[in-house]
Design a protein around this ligand. Structure first.
Ligand code: MSP
Length: 639
């Protein structure tokens, strides 16, 4: 097995803002990259933006900006979005980067010198949206299948790349490497396209028609066709031809794309590589399209879902989980908010969330929150059953992940979760806890459940990294260390006896449909939003000392229905009182990181002195405490 892994996304056009489709592909690349890192493979994840061509030139003009300023602006939107979706790419390439341009020039010259580029006149049907000529047979009712517009007939002299020369080689390569393009339906689509003679590819545009591109090294009256320029990003980003990254990662290259750009990636790109004397990529992984309400969601049709608004409403991990679980990789899927809510409530809140809080709560209730020492001699009907089921689940999971079948990988994890839920019901730890003689069995049952959860936390890491870390923390593991080593995950008995478990938390609160409707931006709610308060100076603001605090303990105060007494770690331990009892149980709060006004004058509430104030938002559904996206050191100031 190769010890390196190189994954790429398409580089996105900067003629529109990022949307759900882009987010999906990039999350897929992030998931598979995290999975490969779990296997200890040295991994490189490339994404970026495609910035030349008439599409981009026209979009800049529409905004009244120069192409250079316009591309900087939109490329920045993509670059800023990915970290917000917890996407950890290694490098972000822009086709306007000088290092990329240098590689394009080098490869064009090389292919020209070897005689694969010629000059000729051509008349054809051109779609400006796709920036390419179409053969009559590719059109649907005379229209471009993607843009649903009639292509225009244009005739001009241009440079052509002799793709036809490589047609037989490509057919052989695809046949001999059945995994080259996957899933199979897309391999078949490419092979069926290759049954007809391949036309040579027009790789230039006259500068009289298009300025915004890379001038050809052998004729500067022309610029490079945007696809010929863009595809080369996959090697230029690695420092082709001599870069250390290129040598290390190119042999393991895998691309992720959607079906809309199968032809350039399945036909032009391998042929370009072959003509340039570069080994072809290992796999092309092709997914389907997200449709919204049955109509295709894309920038050209205008019905675009803003990915960030969804993750803000439902939580980032829930959003990532939904995308990976709902779409069978390769097939189209329908995006629908109700389906997302249903998945969060059933798979995350019910199946995983309940199991998690049930097990940790039982470990506290029956075993004082200390991981027991397991006697390997303990006999029992169910002894070893979870261990076997976990190893079967991991095996299925690995097989599915290798094939980019993310939904299948998650199904195998959730089957295991459901077995664990059954195991709790069958073993009934609450019954075992009643008899002294069943103590050993009780310890072994709880231990195996904790271990099962540890396995689950590792397996969900690529899709839900934050949840995985939270679970690890509550299982007493060092969640800062790379706990997601697959070998470690697979080894049963990973949790050490004597480990002190932090209190349980709610991993995924159930989404209340009513609450969900009220949180959607376009729907008006009955809440009156107060007017913005009068302006203050920065100096005044800097006097307010906001700190991150971890709730160590939460308890109700006898006689007080609305408030809870909280013991918090804010770099020092303090007591505060918060009016949140109608929206949170004490168990839900313990372990949570919150934001506290640390320098508020102490006040006595129901006989308890409160040394600070917790921040929370209140609407007609109750209150929601302000938390952070990631865990940080208690006491960290907010600025
Ligand atoms: N710039 C080219 C790619 C050049 S790669 C050398 C391009 N850019 S794009 O901005 O149009 O992005 C297309 C890609 O965005 C798709 O292949 C897919 O990865 C993603 N998606 C865009 N809309 C999508 C959906 N509705 N559903 C799923 N993915 C989609 O083409």
């Amino acid at each position: 097995m190769s010890s390196t892994f190189y994954i790429t996304t398409p580089i996105y056009y900067v003629n529109a803002k990022p949307h759900l489709g882009h987010a999906y592909t990039t999350i897929v690349a992030d998931v598979i990259c995290r999975y490969n890192r779990m296997q200890n493979k040295e991994s490189f994840f490339l994404t970026g933006t495609d910035e030349h061509g008439d599409k981009v030139e026209r979009a800049a003009k529409n905004e009244g900006l120069s192409p250079r300023i316009y591309v900087d602006k939109i490329s920045g939107l993509f670059k800023d979005l990915w970290p917000e979706l917890n996407i950890e790419y290694s490098s972000f390439i822009r086709t306007t980067d000088p290092s990329h341009i240098a590689v394009v020039l080098k490869i064009l010259q090389k292919i020209h010198d070897s005689g694969d580029i010629y000059f000729s006149e051509y008349e054809g049907l051109y779609c400006f949206g796709c920036e390419r000529f179409y053969a009559e047979r590719e059109l649907v009712n005379g229209k471009c299948p993607d843009h649903e517009t009639e292509p225009e007939t244009i005739s001009e002299s241009n440079y052509f790349f002799k793709m036809s020369r490589y047609q037989d080689w490509l057919i052989d390569h695809i046949r001999q490497n059945p995994e080259f393009i996957r899933p199979e339906r897309y391999k078949n689509e490419v092979l069926s396209f290759l049954k007809e003679p391949l036309e040579d590819l027009c790789i230039s545009r006259p500068r009289t028609r298009l300025e915004w591109g890379i001038p050809l090294p052998f004729d500067d009256k022309f610029v490079t066709y945007v696809w010929f320029d863009a595809l080369l990003n996959y090697v230029s980003a690695l420092g082709y031809p001599d870069g250390a990254l290129y040598r290390k990662f190119w042999p393991s290259a895998q691309h992720v794309i959607a079906k809309d750009i199968l032809k350039p990636h399945g036909i032009y790109w391998p042929i370009m590589l072959r003509a340039a004397g570069i080994p072809v990529y290992k796999n092309l992984n092709v997914h389907g399209y997200w449709n919204i309400d049955e109509s295709k969601m894309s920038k050209s049709l205008g019905n675009v879902v803003e990915p960030l608004s969804l993750k803000n409403i439902y939580g980032l991990d829930a959003f990532r989980f939904f995308l990976m679980r709902e779409m069978a990789f390769g097939l189209d899927s329908s995006f629908n908010e109700e389906a997302l809510v249903a998945r969060v409530n059933s798979d995350l809140a019910n199946d995983l969330g309940n199991l998690f809080s049930r097990v940790i709560t039982m470990a506290h209730k029956y075993l004082e929150g200390i991981v027991p020492e397991i006697d390997p001699e303990t006999e029992g009907e169910l002894r070893g059953s979870l261990k076997l089921q976990a190893s079967a689940a991991v095996e299925e999971y690995e097989k599915a992940m290798e094939n980019f079948s993310f939904h299948k990988a998650l199904i195998s994890v959730w089957e295991f979760i459901s077995l664990m839920n059954k195991y709790v019901d069958v073993t009934a730890p609450w019954v075992l806890a009643k008899k002294k003689t069943s103590r050993k069995e009780l310890e072994f049952v709880i231990y195996d459940l904790l271990e099962g959860l540890r396995v689950v936390s590792g397996l969900i890491y690529p899709v839900m990294p934050d949840t995985a870390k939270t679970m690890q923390y509550h299982l007493g593991q060092d969640h800062e260390k790379p706990f997601y080593d697959l070998t470690n995950i697979k080894t049963w008995n990973g949790i050490k006896a004597g480990t002190k478990l932090p209190k349980s938390i709610t991993l995924f609160p159930r989404i209340d449909k009513k609450k969900m409707e009220s949180s959607l931006p376009e729907k008006k709610t009955g809440t009156i939003t107060p007017d913005i308060k009068p302006e203050i100076t920065l100096e005044l603001l800097s006097n307010i000392d906001l700190r991150v605090a971890t709730i160590l303990k939460a308890e109700s105060i006898p006689g007080a229905k609305k408030i809870l007494k909280l013991e918090i770690d804010l770099g020092e331990t303090r007591t505060i009182v918060a009016g949140i009892a109608s929206s949170y149980t004490p168990e839900e709060l313990e372990g949570k990181q919150v934001i506290v006004v640390a320098n508020l004058k102490p006040a006595k509430i129901m006989g308890v002195t409160s040394n600070g104030m917790l921040l929370a938002a209140t609407d007609e559904n109750g209150c929601t405490v302000a938390t952070l996206d990631k865990k940080v050191k208690p006491g960290t100031p907010l600025s």
